[in-house]
Design a protein around this ligand. Structure first.
Ligand code: FES
Length: 215
Protein backbone atom coordinates (compact mmCIF):
# COMPACT_ATOMS: atom_id res chain seq x y z
CA UNK A 1 0.00 0.00 0.00
CA UNK A 2 1.34 3.44 -0.81
CA UNK A 3 0.74 6.39 1.48
CA UNK A 4 0.40 10.01 0.47
CA UNK A 5 1.81 11.89 3.46
CA UNK A 6 0.22 15.14 4.59
CA UNK A 7 2.65 18.08 4.45
CA UNK A 8 4.39 18.57 7.76
CA UNK A 9 6.80 20.88 9.49
CA UNK A 10 9.54 19.38 7.37
CA UNK A 11 8.22 21.68 4.62
CA UNK A 12 10.03 25.02 4.78
CA UNK A 13 7.26 27.58 5.42
CA UNK A 14 9.40 30.39 4.02
CA UNK A 15 9.28 28.69 0.63
CA UNK A 16 5.47 28.85 0.72
CA UNK A 17 5.22 32.61 1.16
CA UNK A 18 3.48 34.26 -1.78
CA UNK A 19 2.28 30.95 -3.16
CA UNK A 20 -1.24 31.13 -4.58
CA UNK A 21 -3.19 27.89 -4.36
CA UNK A 22 -3.28 26.33 -7.81
CA UNK A 23 -6.56 24.45 -7.36
CA UNK A 24 -8.63 27.35 -6.06
CA UNK A 25 -7.46 30.09 -8.40
CA UNK A 26 -7.49 32.52 -5.47
CA UNK A 27 -4.46 34.80 -5.36
CA UNK A 28 -4.97 36.02 -1.80
CA UNK A 29 -4.85 37.55 0.64
CA UNK A 30 -6.61 34.63 2.31
CA UNK A 31 -6.91 36.25 5.71
CA UNK A 32 -8.87 39.37 4.80
CA UNK A 33 -9.17 42.44 7.01
CA UNK A 34 -12.84 41.62 7.59
CA UNK A 35 -11.94 38.12 8.77
CA UNK A 36 -9.19 39.42 11.05
CA UNK A 37 -11.57 41.90 12.64
CA UNK A 38 -14.14 39.16 13.20
CA UNK A 39 -11.47 36.92 14.81
CA UNK A 40 -10.36 39.80 17.05
CA UNK A 41 -13.94 40.48 18.10
CA UNK A 42 -15.39 36.97 18.48
CA UNK A 43 -12.63 34.36 18.85
CA UNK A 44 -9.50 35.88 20.36
CA UNK A 45 -11.13 37.30 23.52
CA UNK A 46 -12.05 33.72 24.52
CA UNK A 47 -8.41 32.61 24.77
CA UNK A 48 -5.56 33.83 26.97
CA UNK A 49 -2.96 33.38 24.19
CA UNK A 50 -3.03 33.60 20.41
CA UNK A 51 -2.11 29.89 20.29
CA UNK A 52 -5.49 29.09 21.84
CA UNK A 53 -7.32 30.83 19.02
CA UNK A 54 -5.48 28.90 16.33
CA UNK A 55 -7.83 25.93 15.93
CA UNK A 56 -11.14 27.87 15.89
CA UNK A 57 -9.66 30.31 13.37
CA UNK A 58 -8.48 27.40 11.21
CA UNK A 59 -12.06 26.04 11.26
CA UNK A 60 -13.34 29.45 10.22
CA UNK A 61 -10.85 29.67 7.35
CA UNK A 62 -11.68 26.15 6.22
CA UNK A 63 -15.42 26.85 6.33
CA UNK A 64 -14.81 29.79 4.03
CA UNK A 65 -12.43 28.26 1.49
CA UNK A 66 -13.14 24.50 1.99
CA UNK A 67 -9.40 24.10 2.62
CA UNK A 68 -6.50 25.87 4.33
CA UNK A 69 -3.92 26.59 1.63
CA UNK A 70 -0.28 27.13 2.51
CA UNK A 71 -0.40 30.86 1.90
CA UNK A 72 -3.35 31.17 4.31
CA UNK A 73 -1.26 29.37 6.94
CA UNK A 74 1.59 31.84 6.46
CA UNK A 75 -0.79 34.82 6.65
CA UNK A 76 -2.47 33.38 9.76
CA UNK A 77 0.90 32.84 11.44
CA UNK A 78 1.74 36.49 10.84
CA UNK A 79 -1.63 37.57 12.24
CA UNK A 80 -1.26 35.43 15.38
CA UNK A 81 2.46 36.21 15.67
CA UNK A 82 3.39 32.54 15.93
CA UNK A 83 5.83 30.51 13.78
CA UNK A 84 4.33 29.32 10.46
CA UNK A 85 5.55 25.81 11.26
CA UNK A 86 3.14 25.67 14.21
CA UNK A 87 0.19 26.41 11.94
CA UNK A 88 1.43 23.86 9.42
CA UNK A 89 1.94 21.25 12.15
CA UNK A 90 -1.62 21.75 13.42
CA UNK A 91 -3.18 21.48 9.97
CA UNK A 92 -1.12 18.42 9.06
CA UNK A 93 -1.73 16.65 12.40
CA UNK A 94 -5.54 16.75 12.46
CA UNK A 95 -7.50 14.82 9.82
CA UNK A 96 -10.28 17.40 10.08
CA UNK A 97 -8.13 20.07 8.43
CA UNK A 98 -7.44 20.00 4.71
CA UNK A 99 -4.69 21.80 2.81
CA UNK A 100 -6.32 20.76 -0.49
CA UNK A 101 -9.88 21.71 -1.50
CA UNK A 102 -12.57 19.23 -0.39
CA UNK A 103 -16.19 18.81 -1.38
CA UNK A 104 -19.03 20.86 0.08
CA UNK A 105 -20.16 17.75 1.94
CA UNK A 106 -17.34 15.78 3.58
CA UNK A 107 -18.60 12.30 4.49
CA UNK A 108 -16.31 10.76 7.11
CA UNK A 109 -17.14 7.25 8.28
CA UNK A 110 -15.75 5.92 11.55
CA UNK A 111 -13.65 2.80 11.07
CA UNK A 112 -12.66 2.09 14.68
CA UNK A 113 -13.55 -1.00 16.67
CA UNK A 114 -17.11 -0.30 17.89
CA UNK A 115 -18.23 0.85 14.46
CA UNK A 116 -16.39 -2.05 12.84
CA UNK A 117 -18.30 -4.51 15.02
CA UNK A 118 -21.58 -2.75 14.18
CA UNK A 119 -21.19 -3.05 10.41
CA UNK A 120 -19.09 -0.10 9.26
CA UNK A 121 -17.58 -2.15 6.41
CA UNK A 122 -20.90 -2.66 4.60
CA UNK A 123 -21.81 1.00 5.10
CA UNK A 124 -18.46 2.10 3.74
CA UNK A 125 -18.87 -0.14 0.70
CA UNK A 126 -22.29 1.42 0.15
CA UNK A 127 -20.86 4.93 0.42
CA UNK A 128 -18.02 4.13 -1.99
CA UNK A 129 -20.46 2.75 -4.50
CA UNK A 130 -23.08 5.48 -4.04
CA UNK A 131 -20.54 8.31 -4.30
CA UNK A 132 -18.29 6.51 -6.78
CA UNK A 133 -15.36 7.61 -4.61
CA UNK A 134 -12.54 5.92 -2.75
CA UNK A 135 -11.56 7.28 0.69
CA UNK A 136 -9.77 10.66 0.46
CA UNK A 137 -11.16 11.34 -3.00
CA UNK A 138 -13.36 14.30 -4.02
CA UNK A 139 -15.74 14.21 -6.97
CA UNK A 140 -15.17 16.39 -10.01
CA UNK A 141 -17.85 18.97 -9.21
CA UNK A 142 -16.63 19.38 -5.62
CA UNK A 143 -19.84 18.13 -4.01
CA UNK A 144 -18.63 15.15 -1.94
CA UNK A 145 -15.39 14.03 -0.29
CA UNK A 146 -15.19 10.59 1.33
CA UNK A 147 -12.96 10.06 4.39
CA UNK A 148 -12.30 7.32 6.92
CA UNK A 149 -11.70 8.53 10.48
CA UNK A 150 -10.81 6.84 13.73
CA UNK A 151 -13.14 6.81 16.75
CA UNK A 152 -15.49 9.79 16.73
CA UNK A 153 -16.32 9.42 20.42
CA UNK A 154 -19.82 8.02 19.97
CA UNK A 155 -19.18 4.29 20.30
CA UNK A 156 -22.48 3.75 22.15
CA UNK A 157 -24.38 4.81 19.04
CA UNK A 158 -22.21 2.99 16.48
CA UNK A 159 -21.99 2.90 13.53
CA UNK A 160 -21.55 6.62 12.99
CA UNK A 161 -20.37 9.02 10.31
CA UNK A 162 -19.78 12.75 10.10
CA UNK A 163 -21.42 14.80 7.36
CA UNK A 164 -19.33 17.96 7.63
CA UNK A 165 -19.66 18.77 11.34
CA UNK A 166 -22.85 16.80 11.92
CA UNK A 167 -22.53 13.35 13.49
CA UNK A 168 -25.13 10.87 12.28
CA UNK A 169 -25.67 8.04 14.74
CA UNK A 170 -26.81 4.42 14.28
CA UNK A 171 -26.33 4.82 10.57
CA UNK A 172 -28.21 2.42 8.29
CA UNK A 173 -27.97 1.53 4.60
CA UNK A 174 -31.35 3.17 4.01
CA UNK A 175 -30.13 6.42 5.57
CA UNK A 176 -27.00 6.38 3.44
CA UNK A 177 -29.09 5.98 0.29
CA UNK A 178 -31.74 8.57 1.05
CA UNK A 179 -29.29 11.10 2.49
CA UNK A 180 -26.88 11.00 -0.44
CA UNK A 181 -29.81 11.20 -2.87
CA UNK A 182 -31.17 14.30 -1.16
CA UNK A 183 -27.75 15.98 -0.89
CA UNK A 184 -27.28 15.37 -4.63
CA UNK A 185 -30.48 17.21 -5.47
CA UNK A 186 -29.39 20.50 -3.85
CA UNK A 187 -27.89 22.95 -6.38
CA UNK A 188 -24.15 23.02 -5.74
CA UNK A 189 -23.99 26.72 -4.88
CA UNK A 190 -26.64 26.23 -2.16
CA UNK A 191 -24.91 23.25 -0.55
CA UNK A 192 -23.34 25.08 2.40
CA UNK A 193 -22.74 23.85 5.94
CA UNK A 194 -26.17 24.95 7.22
CA UNK A 195 -27.99 23.17 4.38
CA UNK A 196 -26.04 19.95 4.91
CA UNK A 197 -26.71 20.11 8.65
CA UNK A 198 -30.45 20.65 8.14
CA UNK A 199 -30.73 17.73 5.72
CA UNK A 200 -28.66 15.38 7.90
CA UNK A 201 -30.75 16.18 10.97
CA UNK A 202 -33.89 15.20 9.10
CA UNK A 203 -32.43 11.78 8.35
CA UNK A 204 -31.58 10.52 11.82
CA UNK A 205 -30.25 11.05 15.28
CA UNK A 206 -27.42 13.51 15.31
CA UNK A 207 -24.98 14.11 18.18
CA UNK A 208 -27.71 13.40 20.73
CA UNK A 209 -29.72 16.18 19.15
CA UNK A 210 -27.06 18.85 18.97
CA UNK A 211 -23.99 19.72 16.96
CA UNK A 212 -20.64 20.27 18.72
CA UNK A 213 -20.61 23.70 17.07
CA UNK A 214 -23.88 24.79 18.70
CA UNK A 215 -23.44 27.18 21.59
S1 FES B 1 -15.55 3.37 17.26
FE1 FES B 1 -16.84 4.59 16.01
S2 FES B 1 -17.40 6.18 17.36
FE2 FES B 1 -16.03 5.02 18.57
Amino acid sequence: MSWKPKPSATTDPASLDGLAHEDTGHAGPWCTEEMKQRWRDTIMPKYPTSHGALMPILHDLQDHYRCIPFQAMVELARFLEIPPSEVLDTVSFYEEYHSEPVGRCVVAICQSIACEVCGHAALERQLRSKLDLEPHETDDEGRFTLLQLECLGSCDTAPVALFNDELLEQLTMEQVDSLIDELREVPLERLDRDTVREIVRRHGTTQHGRSPYDG
